[in-house]
Design a protein around this ligand. Structure first.
Ligand SMILES: NC(=O)c1ccc[n+]([C@@H]2O[C@H](COP(=O)([O-])OP(=O)(O)OC[C@H]3O[C@@H](n4cnc5c(N)ncnc54)[C@H](OP(=O)(O)O)[C@@H]3O)[C@@H](O)[C@H]2O)c1
Length: 440
C-alpha cells in the first residue's frame, strides 16, 4: 500500500505527517511508511501517513511515490497546515530553513521529529523549552548513530542510572576512512577521495573529518546522560585530517587501532567533552567497530556498561529511527526532550582537559641526524613525561624524515602538551607532531 493509497482509519485517527526534506532520510521515511504501513499502524495504534511535503526541487525523481501528498515550496508552511499533525524536519543545517520550521512547528503546538543534530546541538535548549511550553513531543532518535536507539537507550533505558562516563564512534565517514586506511595501508587523502566517489563522504567533508558532526552528537548524548544543557561550544573537536598511514601501522604494531572517539564525562571538575582520534586497544569493543558503523558505550551505576552499536547512516537505518519517533508521537508519548525538564538542565562548567590522566601516543617526524633522539628524550623528561615505548623508523624514501613513535606512561595531558610545545620550536622536526590519547 502506498502512502497516498492508505485510507484514513475509521474515526479519522490517522497521524498526518508534514515532511520537510526528501533526500536520503526523507525519501527513506516515505518508503518505510509505505513498505511497513500495516505493521507501523498496528504498533502505533493508528495509521501514519505523509500528507504534505517540501523540498527544494519539486520535480526531482526520488525513487518513491509522492502521489496524494500535497506540496509546499516553503517548508515552514507545513507547520500551519490543517492536515498536518506532526512535522518531520529532515532538511538539515543548524539554522536556516530547518530552524525556522522547527520554531514554527512548536509554536503552532505541534510535535516535531528531527534527524538534525547540528540544529539541536546549537539550539536544543531553546527548542526543548518551546516543546515543553507547547506540551508537545520533540524527538530526535535519528540525530545520533542513525538506526541505533541510543537516545531512547539513554533517556529511557538508563533513566534509573547515574552515568559517569560515555564515549563512542559517532561519525561513520571517519570510521570508514580509518578502517580503509588500516586495511589497505593507504593515506588519508587517498581514501577520502575514494569515500567521496562512493558517496560515503560529502563533497565538502569538513563537518565529518574535522570532528564537528561527531561533536554535535556528543553534545546531545552528554545532555541526556548528565542532565546538562546541550552545548556544542563546550566540545573540543579534532578530526582525522592529520592521521597518516604510519600512525595506523605503528598503532597496529603496538596492539591498537586508531578510531575517532567522542568522550564525555562529568566530574567535580565539570563536564568534559572531546572528539579526538584515539588509540584503542584491540581488546576494547570500539576497536572492532569498522566501516560506517557507529557505537556508543555508556557506563551506568546500576546497569553497568552498555554498548549500543549499528548502522550510523543511510536511508533505511535513519528512516527506521524517524518512524520509531513518529510511532511514539502517534501513541501520545511526549516526556522531556533531554531526559529532564528543560529548566532543570544545568549549565555545566567546562572541565579542563589538561589535568586528565592517560597514556598517550606521540608521533614525530624528524631530521635524520645525530642528537635528535636525545633532544626528544630531553623535552619529554623536562616536561615530566615518562616514555614507555619508543620506536624509530628510518626514512621511508629520499628526503623523507625519520619517524619516531612514542607511547607514554600514564600522566597528565598537560605534560605531553608541554613537551610537544617545546619540540614544535625545534629545527629537528620536519612535520607537525601528532598526539593521541590511548583509550583505557
Ligand atoms: N544521511 C544520513 O544517513 C543521515 C543520518 C543521520 C542524520 N541525518 C540528518 O538528516 C537530515 C537530512 O539528511 P539527508 O542525508 O537526508 O540530506 P539530503 O539527502 O541532502 O536531503 C536534504 C533534503 O532537504 C531538502 N532541502 C534543502 N533545503 C531545503 C529548503 N530550504 N526547504 C525545503 N527542503 C529543503 C533537499 O531538497 P532537494 O532534494 O530538492 O535538494 C533534500 O530533499 C540532516 O539533518 C542530517 O544531518 C542524515
Amino acid at each position: 500500500m502506498g502512502p497516498g493509497t492508505m485510507g484514513e482509519a475509521p474515526g479519522g485517527d490517522t497521524l498526518r505527517v508534514g515532511l520537510a526534506g526528501l533526500g536520503t532520510v526523507g525519501a527513506g521515511v516515505v518508503r518505510v511508511l509505505s513498505d511497513n504501513a500495516d505493521l507501523v499502524a498496528q504498533r502505533a495504534g493508528r495509521p501514519i501517513r505523509v500528507t504534505a511535503a517540501s523540498a527544494r526541487d519539486r520535480n526531482r525523481e526520488r525513487g518513491v511515490s509522492l502521489e496524494g501528498i500535497a506540496w509546499e515550496d516553503d517548508a515552514a508552511a507545513l507547520a500551519a497546515r490543517d492536515d498536518v499533525d506532526v512535522v518531520a524536519e529532515l532538511v538539515g543545517g543548524s539554522d536556516g530553513p530547518a530552524l525556522t520550521l522547527a520554531r514554527a512547528t512548536l509554536s503552532a503546538g505541534k510535535p516535531l521529529v528531527t534527524a538534525n543534530k547540528a540544529m539541536l546541538a546549537h539550539h536544543g535548549l531553546e527548542l526543548a523549552r518551546a516543546a515543553e511550553a507547547a506540551g508537545v513531543a520533540l524527538r530526535f532518535e535519528a540525530a545520533v548513530a542513525g538506526g541505533v536507539p541510543v537516545i531512547k537507550g539513554l533517556r529511557e533505558g538508563m533513566a534509573a542510572n547515574r552515568i559517569g562516563h560515555l564515549f563512542g564512534i559517532l561519525n561513520g565517514t571517519c570510521n570508514f576512512i580509518l578502517s580503509r586506511m588500516e586495511a589497505e595501508g593507504r593515506d588519508f587523502a587517498d581514501v577520502l577521495s575514494e569515500a567521496q566517489a562512493l558517496g560515503y563522504a560529502e563533497a565538502d567533508p569538513g563537518f565529518d573529518i574535522d570532528g564537528v558532526d561527531a561533536g554535535h552528537k556528543l553534545a546531545l548524548l552528554a545532555a541526556l546522560a548528565f542532565g546538562t544543557r546541550p552545548s556544542f561550544g563546550a566540545v573540543e573537536a579534532t578530526g582525522i585530517r592529520h592521521v597518516i598511514a604510519a600512525d595506523i601501522a605503528e598503532a597496529a604494531a603496538l596492539g591498537y587501532r586508531v578510531r575517532l572517539v567522542g568522550v564525555a564525562d562529568a566530574s567535580a571538575g565539570g563536564l568534559f567533552q572531546r572528539v579526538h582520534p584515539h588509540l584503542v586497544p584491540l581488546s576494547h569493543p570500539l576497536a572492532h567497530v569498522t566501516g560506517s558503523t557507529n557505537a556508543v558505550v555508556a557506563d551506568g551505576d546500576q546497569a553497568g556498561r552498555l554498548l549500543f552499536q549499528g548502522a550510523g547512516a543511510g536511508a533505511g537505518p535513519t528512516a527506521s529511527a524517524v518512524v520509531a519517533d513518529l510511532i511514539d508521537v502517534a501513541r501520545g508519548v511526549a516526556g522531556p526532550v533531554f531526559a529532564l525538564p528543560a529548566d532543570a538542565l544545568v549549565e555545566a562548567k567546562r572541565a579542563d582537559g589538561a589535568e586528565r590522566r592517560a597514556r598517550a601516543y606521540v608521533r614525530l617526524t624528524v631530521e635524520d641526524r645525530v642528537g635528535v633522539l636525545a633532544e626528544i628524550a630531553a623535552a619529554m623528561r623536562d616536561a615530566g613525561v615518562s616514555i614507555e615505548t619508543l620506536i624509530q623508523r628510518g626514512p621511508s624514501g629520499e628526503g623523507a624524515g625519520v619517524l619516531v613513535a612514542i607511547v607514554t606512561h600514564e600522566g597528565p595531558e598537560r605534560c605531553v602538551a608541554q613537551a610537544l610545545e617545546r619540540l614544535r620550536g625545534s629545527q629537528s622536526l620536519t612535520d607537525v607532531p601528532m598526539w593521541m590519547p590511548i583509550l583505557a
